[in-house]
Design a protein around this ligand. Structure first.
Ligand code: UDX
Ligand code: UDX
Length: 458
């Protein structure tokens, strides 16, 4: 039996380790976190994150070979392998503020591991980190004079929220980076063996530490770049009566381009894309590559443009004023099937509408609580309404901002009947049947397609 510890019970640690535990009944897994409330929630029936299928996996493994605890020091002492998935937010102060990763939690964790260890261990970077972080971690871990040896591995997480269980059960690839020393190779092999309990060997790839660390940032940058590219084209489509879905379909059939991640939207969100690209930008600047830095920075700039363009289009279409108008936002989560609202475009649109003094009501099946927290002081000016029919009642407009399947199933005839006329619907995800909504009487504004409006009729 191997004792496997995970430090950090957030979205990354909390949604990966239970699945590893379910495939490795021969090993003992502990997830620790400094946040007592979070650990209590993991031990309850009401898990702190909404992730389809995760409840079931946790129920099957918890208190068998998976345990949750706040006693970080004790469990460090007992562990053979330690996954670290504490948060690495964008720095808000000092050098690199707004771009570089804030590594204070990582460094604190490394010191904590070093202070509480009485045996050699493998430490695995699960959090997304700037390239060459492992070097600093090795120095901290191996410099306390205890004679212990720590191998640092990089094993970036590629799962997406909302499909975490599926992505982890059946990953496209597992990437493990390590040192090319004898002990480094042995550590890599130990981790390969762990994944080989359910992942086919040919999908477990190994690389040097720096390639592995950098690959995570680059994977997210490439994915985000595709969305910014198609979103840039969506703006042009709206000017030219081309249809962005038709363009995306036509280009995606070219195998060299591929069909994924070409859905034009109000913008991308989530904890990773913006943070990781800015981290990449900072690294490029640090290494004296300003042209490379500004190339990638445009991916983020285009996303901000798309979010603001959407909000501006709402105001412009509604006779250039939304002051005092009730507007229902359908969706707060940054995408469907998660309660996560970090960097959610929905909240950006919300902020822009509040600036214009609209009366905003937000409805979302799982993310209202996080939306309230993320909006901070602005939350006092927003109504949070779990029922979409109540949210839309008496509203001038609906803005659909998260592609929840529930929103496609609603009775829009009833909703139209309860709204102020002319009724507007802005579909930031191209989720709904636009011609049907138009026939019901709505003025419909999709992304990257001609608007369907009764207002400027010939
Ligand atoms: C975060 C980042 O967003 C992601 O890019 C990175 O790869 C991993 O960390 P996530 O799991 O979504 O991913 O973050 P979060 O939900 O904030 O979870 C981090 C957890 O670590 C929190 O529960 C926090 O309490 C815990 N933590 C943080 C510790 O246990 N110890 C610390 O010192 C700091
Ligand atoms: C992402 C990566 O996909 C994952 O591999 C990495 O581990 C973490 O970051 P995640 O942030 O959970 O995962 O969500 P993802 O599915 O990538 O979506 C990110 C954002 O892009 C969402 O706001 C989503 O709505 C948006 N998106 C996605 C689009 O607007 N259009 C698309 O075609 C795809």
């Amino acid at each position: 039996m191997t004792n496997i510890l995970c430090i950090g019970a957030g979205y990354v640690g909390g949604s990966t380790i239970p699945i590893v535990a379910s495939h490795c009944p021969q090993h003992r897994f502990i997830i620790v976190d400094i946040n007592e409330e979070r650990i209590a929630a993991w031990q309850s029936d009401d898990l702190p994150i909404y992730e389809p299928g995760l409840d079931e996996v946790v129920r099957r493994t918890r208190d068998k070979n998976l345990f949750f605890s706040t006693d970080v020091n004790r469990h460090i002492a007992e562990a053979d392998i330690i996954f670290v998935s504490v948060n690495t937010p964008t720095k808000t102060f000092g050098r690199g503020a707004g771009k570089a990763a804030d590594l204070q939690y990582w460094e604190k964790t490394a010191r904590q591991i070093s202070e509480n260890s009485s045996s050699s261990k493998i430490v695995v970077e699960k959090s997304t980190l700037p390239v060459r972080t492992a070097e600093a971690m090795e120095r901290i871990l191996n410099s306390n004079g205890s004679g212990l040896h720590f191998d640092v591995l990089s094993n970036p997480e590629f799962l997406a929220e909302g499909t975490a269980v599926r992505d982890m059960e059946n990953p496209d690839r597992v990437l493990i980076g390590g040192r090319e020393t004898e002990s480094g190779r042995k550590a890599v092999e130990t981790l390969v063996e762990l994944y080989a309990n359910w992942v086919p060997r040919e999908r477990i790839i190994t690389a040097n530490l720096w390639s592995s660390e950098l690959s995570k940032l680059v994977a997210n940058a490439f994915l985000a770049q595709r969305i910014s590219s198609i979103n840039a084209i969506s703006a042009l489509c709206e000017k030219t009566e081309a249809d962005v879905s038709e363009v995306a379909y036509a280009i995606g059939l070219d195998n060299r381009i591929g069909k994924y991640f070409l859905r034009a939207s109000v913008g991308f969100g989530g904890s990773c894309f913006k943070k990781d690209i800015l981290n990449l930008v900072y690294l490029c600047e640090h290494y004296g590559l300003p042209e490379v830095a500004s190339y990638w920075e445009q991916v983020v700039a285009m996303n901000e443009f798309q979010e603001m363009r959407f909000a501006s289009k709402m105001v412009a279409s509604m006779f250039n004023t939304v002051a005092g108008k009730k507007i229902a936002l359908f969706g707060a989560a940054f995408k469907a099937n998660t309660n996560d609202t970090r960097e959610s475009p929905a909240l950006e649109v919300c902020r822009a509408l509040l600036e214009e003094r609209a009366e905003v009501v937000i409805t979302d099946p799982h993310a209202l609580e996080n939306a309230r927290d993320d909006l901070g002081e602005l939350a006092a000016r927003v109504v949070f309404e779990p029922d979409p029919y109540a949210a839309a009642k008496g509203a001038h407009a609906i803005a659909l901002l998260t592609e929840w399947n529930q929103f496609a199933q609603l009775d829009y005839e009833q909703i139209y009947g309860s709204m102020i006329k002319p009724a507007f619907l802005f579909d930031g995800r191209n989720l709904l049947d636009h011609s049907k909504l138009y026939e019901l009487g709505f003025n419909v504004y999709p992304i990257g397609k001609p608007a369907l409006t009764h207002l400027h009729a010939k």
